[in-house]
Write a protein that binds this ligand. Structure first.
Ligand code: DGJ
Length: 730
């Protein structure tokens, strides 16, 4: 053979080898298949239900052989900006010479345990991009992230750095997004995705999810339904700016790009540094969002939520009862109320700190984490001790990332605050009026000294009071007046480095205080992402505790979040609803109270005490990830949800009538998730003192088959009526 023929032969073998590279990523029910094409590009060839015969993988068409794309190279797993693809790219890098493009080619891949790693490289520039896929087989969740490394001298900027690109082909696509606002979190909204782009994103930095939440659902072939149909459910684990782009291309292929929002975040990446993107998590259900939610909740409980296997504490919070108006005497009296109620913990909220500028309202004191002497002369240790004497644990509110301009901290360390530079340093010849959200500013967590300070807020309290069991970590302001005095010329890094700074602080807190329970709060549910919950044991869903609104908010969060993490408190919001109704709604989550007990009637107080006992008895079922949403508040004037224990021996049904229409025909509610052949006793619990259940199914025994096929009547024609029903295998 001549040398030329030999070379050609080698080339043929190599091309065959490369085109045959198939990477299969599987969970119990889902399969993602990537192939390397003849141009060494990594392409998605399949994403759907797991194929039974793995030999069928060879039948999957390479994208250029038939699947639709404007990109001549196929449906690239990580398409780049500026070369062939006409659509939203995942990756953009501006090299030191100003070239804004790259072409990423397959280099190698490896699969170890549940993790797959694919290395891509640009042949012209020293840029390496590694795609990671981690599967959680039983929960059917796939995690994706990317690592970007560059070895160029000079300034290299990342313009885009998504975590994931997924492609789908279906006759129609319907997006469900989770619109939000203060007191209006997780409002589910649906729309058909047509040709072009729909972006769901946040640019608020801190309190990043105030206006929209980092979750989505896409019905493939029709609107997402509860128990039928193919649906993609995804979320970004990032406690900051996120972005999901849904783009239907010219061939009606849906492209879903997920990652940190690159908007206003052109990131300067130093030579040798590795940029790790956020984690994107998704599940693909063939049986509607109900199945997807159970998968996400189970995954949160098994792999993600901090202290997921540990218990949670019921609590009494003083915020809506006293606001800033409290002193030692008032608090000690409230410890007594907490004890009388039977909760595990008293949570002292905002307003306990600041001396030069006492925190008597939200205009001053934030940043000065010393107890206000004339309000609480014996300090926090006295409160912890008194709580203990009353048989309750003690928890405390902090907002350590923030500062009021009226504070000693702001006077001492103006350079620690995210704030636009003055006219002198900007050279712009004039000062821009700062914008204050809730009269406060955000500390510059890009700065390691600030990270130390923020860690020190927790550490200081814990050193002084090792018996503090719980902290509520609030974050009321988005990042405003965006400029980091620490980063100076790399301002594009601020949104990303802020979150990294936050994680570094939270890592330290978790390492030093692994037993501390922490609530993630952000002016209600302005922070609610799944990576945040690696550090927090629970989160505050919303300041809105009107039980009717909460039915919607909890319905929304339950699409992804486990009940154990969702703080739900009984308050004064909507006093038209009885205490029973308010409590029965909060019973669905992690139960707490934020209400003055003195204002309640004896019966109401008695109801609360008994319901707390029942909650403690049943919490393992309440927190089970086996959630069945049976009747949607979005579809009428009722809401019914059901939880089932893993062994199907125990279940709870929560039924609520909101404002039923006159003469409305009431249907049976068919239960789910039970054993067909088993017999179950149905019993209404949590009745008001002296009341009997009037449900016709009460105290009867049915087969699981009957309960699931015929169902029982748990809704009524009356306003604001609720029932909690226990279903026990005989
Ligand atoms: C906002 C939170 O959502 C409330 O629960 C309360 O803690 C206030 N902040 C305190 O300022």
């Amino acid at each position: 053979m001549t040398k030329r023929a030999l070379l050609f032969f080698h080339f043929l073998i190599l091309s065959f080898f490369l085109s045959a590279q198939t990477i299969s990523i599987t969970t119990d029910h889902t399969q993602l298949v990537l192939k390397v094409n003849s141009q060494k590009r990594l392409c998605q060839t399949y994403l759907g239900e797991r194929l039974s015969a793995q030999t069928d993988l060879s039948q999957l068409n390479m994208p250029e052989a038939g699947l639709s794309s404007s990109c001549i190279k196929g449906l690239e797993a990580y398409p780049v900006m500026g070369t062939e693809d006409y659509y939203e790219p995942t990756f953009e890098i501006r090299h030191a010479d100003g070239n804004p493009t790259s072409v990423l080619k397959y280099v190698s891949h490896s699969q170890q345990g549940n993790e797959t790693k694919v290395v891509l490289r640009d042949e012209l520039y020293p840029v390496e991009v590694t795609l990671y896929y981690k599967v959680f087989p039983e929960e059917d969740i796939i995690q994706q992230w990317t690592e970007i490394k560059q070895e160029e001298k000079g300034k290299v900027y990342l313009g885009r750095y998504a975590s994931s690109m997924l492609y789908f082909e279906a006759p129609q696509y319907y997006l469900t997004e989770f619109a939000s606002d203060w007191a209006k979190e997780m409002q589910m909204q649906n729309q058909e995705l047509q040709f072009g782009k729909k972006v769901v994103d946040s640019r608020l930095g801190a309190r990043a999810n105030m206006m929209t939440q980092p979750f989505f659902e896409v019905g493939l072939g029709g609107p997402a339904r509860e128990n039928e149909g193919r649906v993609l459910m995804g979320t970004l684990g990032w406690t900051g700016n996120f972005r999901f782009t849904f783009e239907v291309d010219n061939q009606h292929v849906l492209r879903v790009v997920s990652g940190i929002n690159h908007d206003a975040s052109i990131y300067l990446l130093k030579k040798g540094d590795i940029f790790r993107t956020a984690d994107f998590f998704f599940t693909l259900s063939a049986n509607g969002v109900g199945e997807g939610s159970r998968r996400f909740q189970r995954w949160m409980m098994n792999h993600q939520l901090h202290k997921a296997k540990d218990d949670r504490m019921t609590l009494l919070n003083n915020w809506e009862n006293t606001y800033f108006d409290f002193d030692e005497e008032k608090l000690v009296a409230l410890f007594g109320e907490a004890k009388d109620l039977g909760v595990d913990l008293f949570l002292l909220d905002d307003g306990w700190f600041g001396n030069k500028y006492p925190r008597k309202d939200d205009h001053a004191g934030l940043g000065d984490w010393q107890v206000t002497k004339d309000k609480l002369p014996n300090g926090v240790p006295y409160l912890v001790k008194k709580a203990k004497e009353n048989g309750v644990n003690f928890g405390i509110w902090i907002e350590p990332e923030m500062v009021n301009p009226k504070s000693e901290l702001a006077e001492k360390h103006p350079d620690w605050i995210i704030m636009l530079p003055s006219s002198q340093s900007s050279g712009a010849g004039g000062t821009r009026e700062p914008y204050y959200f809730r009269n406060q500013l955000v500390l510059d967590l890009c700065n390691p000294q600030v990270q130390d300070f923020v860690f020190g807020v927790v550490d200081g309290l814990m050193q002084e009071n090792p018996d503090i069991k719980f902290m509520k970590w609030d974050c009321n302001s988005p990042i405003t007046n965006i400029y980091s005095p620490y980063l100076k010329e790399n301002q594009g890094n601020i949104y990303v480095d802020y979150v990294r700074g936050l994680y570094s602080v939270l890592d330290r807190v978790q390492t030093k205080y692994p037993d501390l329970y922490m609530m993630m709060c952000s002016g209600g549910g302005g922070r609610s992402d799944v990576t945040g919950l690696r550090y927090f044991t629970e989160f505050w869903c919303s300041d809105n505790t009107d039980p009717i609104e909460r039915l919607f908010i909890q319905w929304g969060y339950s699409q992804f979040m486990p009940a154990k993490a969702m703080c739900a408190h009984v308050t004064e919001w909507n006093r038209k609803a009885s205490i029973k109704f308010r409590l029965d709604v909060a019973f669905q989550g992690k139960l707490g109270f934020d209400i003055g007990l003195k204002g309640l009637s004896d019966d109401d107080r008695q109801y609360c005490r008994e319901a707390i006992k029942e909650y403690k008895r049943l919490k393992d079922v309440v927190w089970s990830p086996n959630l069945y949403r049976l009747v949607s508040p979005y579809e009428g004037q009722h809401c019914v949800v059901q939880r089932v224990s893993d062994d199907r021996s125990h279940s709870i049904v929560f039924a609520y009538d909101i404002h039923p229409r006159y003469g409305e025909r009431l249907l049976n509610t068919r239960l789910q998730g039970l054993d067909t052949d088993a017999k179950y006793r149905v019993k209404e619990i949590c009745l008001m003192p002296g009341r009997q259940s009037w449900l016709s199914c009460n105290n009867k025994v049915y087969t699981g088959d009957y309960l699931m096929k015929v169902g029982v009547k748990v809704t009524s024609a009356s306003d604001l009526v609720s029932h909690i029903i226990e279903i026990t295998k005989e």
